[in-house]
Write a protein that binds this ligand. Structure first.
Ligand SMILES: Cc1cc2nc3c(=O)[nH]c(=O)nc-3n(C[C@H](O)[C@H](O)[C@H](O)COP(=O)(O)OP(=O)(O)OC[C@H]3O[C@@H](n4cnc5c(N)ncnc54)[C@H](O)[C@@H]3O)c2cc1C
Length: 491
């Protein structure tokens, strides 16, 4: 039986572990932290439960397909509820509520801009076609050759790779609030809407067409489900086990060093951040130089707060976006002139609004996220300063006093991303999906310098986000299975 060692235990690592174990490999996972899940771990404090990272459950079809590959369903592991409303967006002079179906969303668009619902339906129809092509065809390609992107469907839509989502949205919608609403979903891909190809409008179908879901108990339930599936398949998971070196002999991987001990393997897959994974190799075996990594566009880092409130809050939903300041200025301060934002947009999540298991009775669990440029200076006083800024705005927009109702507040920022995940510059969501960082133009799944060494996760193919990470694990294991099981048959 061939031995595989997987570094890290985020979504992509756990996904690849499951596929490889199912294919008959002997799989061991080495995770540096004390629990599995990577960026999707959980904070439990005084009866409150917070997802530390992801909170939006989009593209339920991808999660379903993942579990179906193992003869399972999400419902075997967790209860999924569709949120209605999906989310609310606070602007300086209005609030837009996104319902759980197109009819409700169209009604809201009409309220803001008469006649806009017709254009919206046409836009989402096109987005759905793109979704079907992207998710069912392109995203399942391993990013080895540019030819993977050349299909009848993509050739017919080639213009959509050279126009941006910003241009496409602004052609149809004039009201700035509707423009921001439609530009929001591509922020998950990590780049500015004005740098993201309009083909990525498939994210708008994920948003308005497929809806926003919540696994009861939080996103960590998906990690627990995958951990339990991996164990059922025979994967051995070791936490508190940082990998210090990837061992190579004559251009072929031979194992890893962890805790001063060598563990041999026929195949090594790293699901840790790509840049860090390469630093575990001797220099001659690294594929990308430091200057390569510095030149890339990263998805933002984040300043995060996990707050326990001693009362239920008013005028909020499960997911809330605060777009009451200048969207463009904040984007410039993330991507073009990296600095702490002058007037940050932020996101606030209150899972206890719809899921009573997330906070003690009569109390509210609040998660606040400010996207910031990776690599910024991170100090306690900056964190405090930004909490004051957003909590004042939060009180104003939601018309209530909350500051005297805070039981505790924890924070997480650039330094924690570096320390806890070995993240390059403290990025939160990996490498952005711009045109020049798409598919075969992203860091490879397979090492070009070391035989039997692979990489997976949000810095490689297909990109940032939980669903792409699940797919990344499937793609990388597909490459390994194709190569190694084929060889075995020849032997
Ligand atoms: C704040 C935040 C909010 C997000 N919101 C959403 C959302 O709402 N919806 C969504 O779909 N996505 C969201 N994302 C993105 C999503 O969480 C990520 O894309 C995904 O979790 C990345 O998974 P991964 O497999 O690439 O690896 P990671 O989760 O980064 O896991 C890598 C693992 O490798 C481990 N590791 C690192 N170095 C070593 C070493 N030397 N030895 C052993 N282990 C090591 C780390 O500890 C970590 O466990 C969010 C991310 C963040 C941070």
């Amino acid at each position: 039986m061939k031995k595989v060692i997987i570094i890290g235990s985020g979504f992509s690592a756990l996904s690849s572990a499951c596929y490889l174990a199912k294919a008959g490999f002997q799989v061991s996972v080495f995770e540096k932290n004390s629990t599995v899940g990577g960026r999707a771990r959980q904070l439990v404090k005084d009866g409150f439960t917070f997802d530390i990272g992801p909170s939006w459950y989009w593209m339920p079809d991808i999660f379903e397909k993942f579990f179906a590959d193992f003869g399972k369903s999400t419902s075997d592991y967790y209860q999924l509820d569709k949120l209605d409303p999906a989310y609310k967006i606070f602007f300086s002079d209005d609030v837009i509520t996104i319902g759980d179906c197109m009819d409700k969303i169209c009604e809201e668009f009409e309220r803001i801009e008469k006649g806009s619902s017709k254009d919206l339906r046409a836009f989402i129809h096109k987005a759905q076609e793109n979704y079907n092509i992207a998710i069912n065809k392109i995203v399942l390609k391993p990013g080895i050759s540019p030819l993977e992107l050349v299909t009848k469907d993509t050739v017919l839509r080639v213009d959509q790779f050279f126009k941006t989502i910003s241009q496409e949205v602004r052609k149809k919608f004039k009201n700035p609030k509707l423009v921001s609403t439609l530009e929001f979903p591509v922020l998950f891909l990590g780049a500015k809407p004005s740098k993201t190809p309009s083909f990525y409008s498939f994210m708008n179908f994920a948003d308005f067409g497929l809806g926003t879901w919540h696994p009861k108990g939080g996103m960590y339930q998906i990690i627990l489900a995958m951990e339990s599936l991996a164990k059922e398949l025979g994967v051995i998971l070791s936490t508190n086990s940082p990998v210090d070196k990837i061992e190579v002999s004559d251009h072929r991987v031979t194992g890893i060093i962890s805790g001063g001990k060598k563990f041999t393997a026929d195949i090594v897959i790293s699901g840790a951040d790509y840049h860090h994974s390469e630093t575990l190799l001797d220099k001659k075996y690294r594929q990308y130089s430091e200057s390569y990594w510095h030149k890339k566009t990263y998805a933002p880092s984040s300043l995060l707060f996990y707050v326990g409130f001693d009362k239920k809050l008013d005028n909020i939903e499960h997911h809330n976006l605060f777009f009451d300041t200048d969207f463009e200025l904040h984007a410039e301060e993330i991507y073009d002139h990296p600095k702490w934002p002058s007037q940050p947009l932020f996101y606030a999540n209150f899972p206890s609004k719809t899921d009573s298991s997330m906070a003690p009775e009569g109390k509210e669990a609040g998660f606040f996220l400010i996207p910031i440029a990776p690599g910024l200076e991170d100090t306690q006083s900056l964190r405090d300063q930004y909490f004051d800024i957003i909590i004042d705005r939060f009180e104003k927009r939601t018309q209530q006093k909350v500051q005297n109702h805070i039981l505790f507040r924890e924070s997480f920022c650039v330094n924690d991303f570096v320390e806890q995940y070995n993240s390059f510059k403290g990025n939160a969501y990996g490498m952005a999906n711009t045109l020049s960082q798409t598919a075969f133009l992203r860091p490879n799944l397979k090492s070009s310098k070391v035989e039997n060494l692979y990489f997976t996760g949000q810095l490689t193919v297909p990109g940032p986000g939980v669903p792409p990470s699940l797919i990344s694990g499937k793609l990388v294991s597909g490459l390994a299975i194709k190569k190694h099981l084929k060889n075995e048959i020849h032997i």
